[in-house]
Design a protein around this ligand. Structure first.
Ligand code: AMP
Ligand code: ZN
Length: 137
């Protein structure tokens, strides 16, 4: 349920400060200390799980629904023009805190945020080959 070495569990336990902006039975949301844009917040399940690979369905469902709630709120209250919901699973995917979280990143039409990923046209054969491996149960 809780990991004594996890900073987000410490926030949940009240042992580390955080600016909590939303909570329900299964989740809390708090402001990111290094915001990508104005209003950047994180939604986490109360129960510790490392990432999206490990989390149970109830926590996953509650976390994405809480992210949706907050996404709507940043649009309504902060005037965001859009929102990026971002989840990183594993260090190779930029995860740095190993307690499942969804970033709710408000986006403003003119904001300068650019993720390190710069999309460019893919190789159709490679895309098709990957799709073949992914498709089906
Ligand atoms: P990730 O790199 O996807 O694991 O995201 C971790 C996020 O947690 C980063 O955006 C950090 O800025 C944020 N973060 C780390 N420590 C804290 C903290 N004590 N309070 C709020 N946000 C934090
Ligand atoms: Zn934790």
């Amino acid at each position: 349920m809780s990991d004594p070495d996890c900073i987000f569990c410490k926030i949940l336990a009240g042992e580390l400060p955080a600016t909590i902006v939303d909570e329900d039975e299964l989740t809390i949301a708090f402001m990111d200390i290094a915001p990508a844009t104005r209003g950047h917040a994180l939604v986490i399940p109360r129960a510790h799980s490392r990432d999206v690979f490990e989390a149970g369905p109830e926590d996953l469902q509650a976390t994405i629904l809480a992210a949706q709630r907050l996404a709507r709120r940043v649009r309504e209250r902060l005037g965001a023009d859009g929102v990026n919901l971002l989840n990183s699973a594993g260090a190779a995917a930029w995860q740095t805190v190993f307690h499942l979280h969804i970033h709710v990143i408000p986006r403003y039409r003119d904001d300068p945020l650019r993720l390190p990923w710069v999309p460019s046209a893919g190789d159709p054969e490679e895309i098709a080959a990957a799709a073949q491996e992914l498709a089906g149960g």
